[in-house]
Write a protein that binds this ligand. Structure first.
Ligand code: ADP
Ligand code: DP6
Ligand code: CO
Length: 345
């Protein structure tokens, strides 16, 4: 190791079966399994540079050009775990572990607005640190210590995060359901409805739901296990209709859980609801389910659809939202490690 700067980029992933609620806050262990698709980095990504130097006095981090506090426990846990691995793997000389580290990270899309910035951000951070300290072992479980959803962004294609049952989290791992070449016609359109920081972070929101929502208990026990199996099968069989139906139902149930929490909190706006209505209308007129929507903890829509549907859906969106069309950006498809860029004008 020397004072080189290591820079990496990492993708966002948008869940189709949502992770919402923890059974362990410190280890970031979820109440339920979740499933997501990892989007191509050509449109949306986090970019992180790290370096260590014997002359640095402190560990420091800059996020989107602004200095942030390093006292953030999750950040410290990630760095500590990477250094522990480096020590165990004897990947670098021990002296380097005493050097302080500087981290600089940027997202090229809205941060903390329900577009999975914490997933891309921590996957990126941990991958960059692993490169710096030459850690070879799997780092998904370290990314999880930064943000739960980040453990899925380490893999491409469709990914399942198994909740696991072990108190130490050793079986709470992400695995690939299918790689990015499996369903080459799949696309995602990201509709940016609002780019401001959400009032209730995902961490705070899901804690409130875990503490107060009866619906969340029902969801975890009776809905998610079957949905997770069914959507994994739909993905493997490339059954779009089934995939889309489960995706939309799970998004709706997640947002119902937010409303069922006490006090309730709401991520969707009127525009989000207009998009939901539009998708259902489009599917109804088509006579089959051709588009799926899903919303993370924010107002922004992610539409999953097949390639041949993209031009029609894009012009429809332009038609319905003519004045605000410059706010809509599209991303995702699964070509190689990624997606065709499609931009609405
Ligand atoms: P999102 O819906 O965007 O994932 P969250 O509430 O889950 O929003 O998380 C947002 C937080 O994630 C930010 O306030 C910040 O602490 C962290 N985060 C986002 N991007 C990065 C990044 N590139 N590097 C490090 N941390 C990040
Ligand atoms: C709605 O992973 O951001 O996007 O683990 O507390 O950092 P923390 O939360 P986070 O939650 C993601 C919630 C979600 C659904 C999902 O990505 O599965
Ligand atoms: Co997040």
């Amino acid at each position: 190791m020397n004072c080189d700067v290591k820079t990496v980029i990492a993708p966002v992933n948008i869940a189709v079966i949502k992770y919402w609620g923890k059974r362990d806050e410190e280890l970031i262990l979820p109440l339920n399994d979740s499933v997501s698709a990892t989007l191509d980095t050509s449109v949306m990504c986090a970019k992180t540079s790290v370096c260590a130097n014997p002359h640095f006095a402190e560990d420091e981090i800059w996020l989107n050009g602004k200095k942030e506090s390093f006292s953030n426990q999750r950040l410290q846990n990630c760095l500590k775990e990477i250094k522990q691995r480096a020590y165990n793997e004897k990947s670098i000389d021990d002296i380097f572990l005493t050097w302080k580290v500087h981290i600089c990270s940027e997202n090229n899309f809205p941060t903390a607005a329900g577009l999975a910035s914490s997933a891309a951000g921590y996957a990126c951070l941990v991958t960059a640190l692993a490169k710096l300290y030459k850690v070879k072992s799997d780092i998904s479980s370290i990314a999880r210590l930064g943000s739960g959803s980040a453990c899925r962004s380490v893999y491409g294609g469709f990914v399942r995060w198994h909740a696991g049952v072990n108190p130490d989290g050793s079986d709470s791992i992400a695995t690939q359901i299918a790689d990015s070449s499996h369903w080459p016609q799949m696309r995602a359109l990201i509709l940016v409805v609002g780019d401001t920081k959400k009032k209730i972070s995902s961490t705070i929101g899901m804690k409130r739901s875990a503490d107060t929502s009866e619906l969340l208990k029902y969801r975890v026990q009776y809905c998610v296990p079957k949905r997770t199996d069914d959507i994994s099968k739909a993905i493997k069989e490339k059954n779009f209709g089934k995939f889309a139906e489960i995706t939309m139902k799970d998004s709706n149930q997640f947002h119902a859980v937010c409303m069922d929490s006490y006090p309730p909190y709401v991520y969707l706006t009127n525009i989000s609801h207009t998009i939901i209505d539009l998708v259902h209308k489009y599917n109804e007129i088509s006579g089959e389910t051709r588009i799926a929507y899903t919303f993370d903890a924010g107002p922004n829509a992610c539409l999953y659809l097949l390639e041949n549907e993209v031009p029609k859906v894009m012009s429809l969106i332009q038609h319905i939202f003519p004045s605000s069309s410059d706010k809509f950006v599209t991303g995702l498809n699964f070509k190689e490690e990624g997606l065709n860029e499609e931009f609405l004008k």
